[in-house]
Design a protein around this ligand. Structure first.
Ligand SMILES: Nc1ncnc2c1ncn2[C@@H]1O[C@H](COP(=O)(O)OP(=O)(O)OP(=O)(O)O)[C@@H](O)[C@H]1O
Ligand SMILES: [Mg+2]
Length: 352
C-alpha cells in the first residue's frame, strides 16, 4: 500500500504558480529524497503535505485518507525543519512531549513515550537540558525525537541536517537512516546535497520550477538522467549531442568528432536519423593515450577528488569529463592527447 499519494497538486502564492501539477506516490516505509535548486518548490510541497499551505488544486492522501481538509495536527505527520525550531524555554523532554500534550495523551503514557523517543536518539541522559545547552547535532536529535514521538504516518524532513558540519552531518545521516528503517516510517527528505540523497534515499525526486523533472531510484537518476537539465543538475557526467550512425555490433555510434568513440546500446526512442542526445557518467568514460601527436583529444585539466582524479579533455563540442584512478591519471597529464570511449550500455539516450 502506498503511504503518501499526491495527485496533480497546484499551489499559487497570489499570482505566483509555485507547484504546477505535482504527482507522486510513496510506498509504506520508503525514503524519498527531494532535490532541486533553491526556489523550485521543495518546502512548498512539504508544507502542502503538512497542511501549512493549501494547494488550490489536486489531492493529497496519507495512508489512503484524503487530508486536504484536515488541520496540520489531524494529519499525524512528523516534521523536522532545517533550523531546529525547538522551544527555547523548554527542556529536551518537554520539547519532545509537546506534540503529545497537544493530542491530550495521558500523562503516564506521555512520559513513557517521551523516554522511549529520547532513548531512540541517544539523548536520555540530556532530557533536562534546554536547547541552548545542547550541541547542534543534539538539538537536531531532539527535533527528530519530537517528530517521531507522535508515531507519524509520514515523516517530513526539510533540510534537517543543513546546519551541521560535514562530519556530524554524515554521522546523523546514517543514524537517521537506521532509525527510519527500524521504525519502518515513510520519510520525505529535502536536501541540497546530492551525496546525502544518494546515501539515504530509496527514491530521488528532482524538482524544477514547481514540476517534477525526474523521479527514480538513485542509481537511475545518476546513471540515466532523463533530460539534459537533470544531467546538468546532478552533474555526474557528460551530455553528448551528435548524429547517430547505422547500428553495428548491436550499438549505434554517436558522432562527437575525432578521438571519441561512443555508441548507444539502446536507441528505441531516438529518431532513426539525425541528432541525438545521450548521457554518460564520468566514471564510465575510458581514456587511452592517443597514437601520434595532434591525434585525439587534448587533456585540459586534472582535478584531484580524493579517491578519483577528474580528467577533462577538449572534444569537438566542449569538455569531456572522465574519472580515473590517481595511478591511471599519470598517463593523462595536462597537454597530453587521449582517446575516449565507454561501454555502449553506459551511454544512455536522453530526451534532450
Ligand atoms: N509565502 C509565500 N509567498 C509568496 N511566494 C512564496 C511564499 N513561499 C515561497 N514562495 C515562493 O515560492 C517558490 C518556492 O519556494 P520554496 O520555499 O518552496 O522553495 P525551495 O525549493 O524550498 O527553496 P530552498 O531550496 O531555497 O529552500 C519561491 O520562488 C518562493 O519565493
Ligand atoms: Mg526550502
Amino acid at each position: 500500500m502506498s503511504s503518501l499519494d499526491i495527485e496533480d497538486v497546484h499551489l499559487w502564492y497570489g499570482q505566483f504558480h509555485a507547484l504546477r501539477g505535482v504527482s507522486l506516490s510513496i510506498g509504506q516505509g520508503d525514503f524519498l529524497a527531494l532535490l532541486g535548486p533553491s526556489g523550485c518548490g521543495k518546502t512548498s510541497l512539504l508544507r502542502s503535505v503538512a497542511g501549512f499551505v493549501h494547494p488550490q488544486k489536486g489531492s493529497i492522501r496519507v495512508g489512503g485518507q484524503d487530508v486536504v481538509r484536515l488541520k496540520p495536527r489531524e494529519r499525524n505527520l512528523g516534521m523536522v525543519f532545517q533550523h531546529y525550531a525547538l522551544f527555547p524555554h523548554m527542556s529536551a523532554a518537554e520539547n519532545v512531549a509537546f506534540g503529545l500534550k497537544c493530542r491530550n495523551v495521558e500523562k503516564a503514557e506521555a512520559e513513557e513515550r517521551v523516554a522511549r523517543a529520547l532513548d531512540m536518539v541517544g539523548l536520555s541522559h540530556l532530557a533536562d537540558r534546554k536547547p541552548r545547552q545542547l550541541s547542534g547535532g543534539q538539538q537536531q536529535r531532539v527535533a527528530l525525537a519530537r517528530a517521531l514521538v507522535i508515531e507519524p504516518n509520514v515523516l517530513l524532513l526539510d533540510e534537517p541536517l543543513g546546519a551541521l558540519d560535514k562530519k556530524l552531518r554524515v554521522q546523523m545521516q546514517s543514524e537517521l537512516k537506521q532509525l527510519q528503517r527500524k521504525l519502518g516510517v515513510t520519510a520525505v527528505f529535502v536536501t541540497h546535497d546530492q551525496e546525502e540523497a544518494m546515501a539515504m534515499a530509496d527514491e530521488i525526486l528532482i524538482m524544477r520550477d514547481g514540476v517534477i523533472e525526474q523521479i527514480g531510484r538513485p542509481k537511475e537518476i545518476f546513471t540515466a538522467p532523463r533530460t539534459s537539465w537533470a544531467a546538468e543538475f546532478v552533474g555526474s557526467g557528460n551530455v553528448l549531442k551528435g548524429r547517430l550512425g547505422p547500428a553495428a555490433d548491436g550499438a549505434r555510434p554517436i558522432d562527437l568528432g575525432p578521438g571519441c568513440a561512443f555508441a548507444l546500446a539502446e536507441w528505441a526512442n531516438l529518431p532513426a536519423d539525425g541528432e541525438a542526445t545521450a548521457f554518460v557518467q564520468a566514471e564510465a568514460v575510458k581514456l587511452a593515450p592517443a597514437n601520434g601527436s595532434g591525434q585525439g583529444l587534448e587533456v585540459v585539466s586534472q582535478r584531484y577528488l580524493g579517491v578519483y582524479v577528474e580528467v577533462q579533455a577538449q572534444y569537438r563540442d566542449g569538455v569531456l569529463r572522465a574519472l580515473v584512478s590517481p595511478e591511471e591519471a599519470e598517463a593523462f597529464g595536462v597537454g597530453s592527447r587521449v582517446t575516449a570511449t565507454a561501454a555502449p550500455t553506459c551511454v544512455r539516450p536522453m530526451e534532450g
